[in-house]
Design a protein around this ligand. Sequence first.
Ligand code: ATP
Ligand code: ATP
Ligand code: MG
Ligand code: MG
Lengths: 171, 171, 158, 158
Amino acid sequence: MKIKQIDLIGFKSFAEKASFPLHNGITCIVGPNGCGKSNIVDAFRWVLGEQSAKTLRGDKMEEVIFQGSATKKPKAMAEVSLEILLYPNSDTKSNGDDKEPDKIILTRRLYRSGESEYLINKKSCRLKDIRDILLDTGLDVKSYSILDQQRISDIVNSKPHERRFLIEEIA
Amino acid sequence: MKIKQIDLIGFKSFAEKASFPLHNGITCIVGPNGCGKSNIVDAFRWVLGEQSAKTLRGDKMEEVIFQGSATKKPKAMAEVSLEILLYPNSDTKSNGDDKEPDKIILTRRLYRSGESEYLINKKSCRLKDIRDILLDTGLDVKSYSILDQQRISDIVNSKPHERRFLIEEIA
Amino acid sequence: TKRRLREAYNLLKEKFDEVFKTLFGGGKADLILQDEDNILESGIDIFAQPPGKKNQNLNQLSGGEKALTSLALLFAGFLIKPSPLCILDEADAPLDETNIERFSTMIKNLSKNTQFIIITHNRLTMQIADYIYGVTMEEPGVSKYLALQFSDVENTVN
Amino acid sequence: TKRRLREAYNLLKEKFDEVFKTLFGGGKADLILQDEDNILESGIDIFAQPPGKKNQNLNQLSGGEKALTSLALLFAGFLIKPSPLCILDEADAPLDETNIERFSTMIKNLSKNTQFIIITHNRLTMQIADYIYGVTMEEPGVSKYLALQFSDVENTVN
Ligand SMILES: Nc1ncnc2c1ncn2[C@@H]1O[C@H](COP(=O)(O)OP(=O)(O)OP(=O)(O)O)[C@@H](O)[C@H]1O
Ligand SMILES: Nc1ncnc2c1ncn2[C@@H]1O[C@H](COP(=O)(O)OP(=O)(O)OP(=O)(O)O)[C@@H](O)[C@H]1O
Ligand SMILES: [Mg+2]
Ligand SMILES: [Mg+2]
């Protein structure tokens, strides 16, 4: 499978819609301290189903909604959409001459009221449906695909039992 | 007071004697990963009285003694000496025209047998005597004078009670 | 499933040593089951010895050596079972220039089968990018981004 | 002693805001006693708001913003009661270039009353050094050092 794009609307410091097309290979994200780079990482975690506000550096999940700045009012909702291409019968990205890939857009929304919405291709669904799709793709928020300095140092600093996931994920 | 020099002998990766003269102003220490820079910081902590092996990245204090390499045998003892100039009746470093400063050499040794030695100007003393001198100088291993990334992030991540030392040290 | 875990363990053990040697230019690394007979529950110990150094407590390694050891283990997992996506947020911060080059070379290879998103402040790391997004906050507190060429990076980074 | 704590707290509170504004180029910071009437035991909360941003949970700040906030508080303490020695081990690792310059400028000032030892991989930080020691391991596992000029740094760093 391949990730085509991620859209952030009202998510953390991205007050207005920001659409990041994603390509094959290596994409670098650069910029000064505090400009929003790790917030993009949080957006990936969130749309992939992260349930812990603490992992997203908040006390409550509501804190992912744009809270306003000196010049902009707070938003009422945060939304992140992830557009992926699923290639059938293959776990590589090769554009084989079998079927066309399926395009899937996963969307997560949170309103200030506390209400959550999950959508697949703009149609409402349950969190479980999103998780089922993600399980097939290997894009699981718990896996070691999203690595910050904390997680990297956790590998060497952790207790031996906490490292079991390394062999369990491969098995 | 002013620090003139630190000597490391058989301390961690400094198998042979390394004497670092220290000057006024800013001294930078540079070099590749794993070459021994943080070991020098550990040497300061150790000679200033650090009692926790864990703070020095070991399970036992004995691990500060040079443990050998592919080409060198282990040492039987670690020694760190700190040479300081104490200016009487003044807590600035100004070379006032009153008395000459006192030169004091603080030494700590650890033998593989587990035996420890503390010396002031090469004469054996107790750890308490070294601590008394250090209390006067404001060079206390617990203070916030030795800062690595862990301690810096601890300030913002710590519980409110753990930050009391900030006002207590100033008072 | 005991057999699958055993296979996974043996594969990872071997790959870890291989990747460690690549990233460190030598030395050796191993994964050790604390309880050999109980692979379903046993904890896993890491043994890592950079070239020319004597075997020691993992904790005694330097900041950069620990980070590189972790990355070796994680990349070993990637080589065995590629993930479609890998996001690295300032993973290069503790590394010196030589290690950043080895780290970058390895990522370049892994990126054939995995989309990488790398957040960095380091210009050496930026050199392996196929695409660069610069994030800024011209309006304080509000993030925006632009697609950049490597030569544009100077303006965004400052 | 209650009075001395109160004075220390007021001084630190004020200095912290001052140093924060210098390091961040604006914004504001505060230290808040959780229990105003019990200064002998009260915990201390940190409030930090970078320029143009809205007041939020300290945890939501970025890695670099958190590091700079800590340094502001620690340097504020130094300005009130200088320590003879300050050792910084890769304190600059999470900072971007603009913040490294502000951090370096502040250290340059503090170094009038304090001997600084700064461990760094960053060439910008090295530029404020009065002396540079390069540490190497030509013989694997055995550290040695040499005094360097800024122009020698290239060889040691690689
Ligand atoms: N809900 C929110 N609304 C508005 N701003 C927010 C929100 N959540 C976080 N922020 C702001 O986002 C900024 C942090 O962004 P982020 O962590 O992405 O920075 P960064 O680019 O990774 O920086 P660094 O290089 O220091 O790691 C903080 O200043 C924080 O105040
Ligand atoms: N007792 C000892 N005997 C021999 N070598 C030791 C001893 N204790 C630690 N070492 C070695 O010292 C090295 C770590 O040195 P140090 O932490 O000073 O590196 P560093 O220069 O700070 O690197 P980095 O830039 O990655 O932080 C490790 O490789 C470790 O094996
Ligand atoms: Mg960040
Ligand atoms: Mg170090």
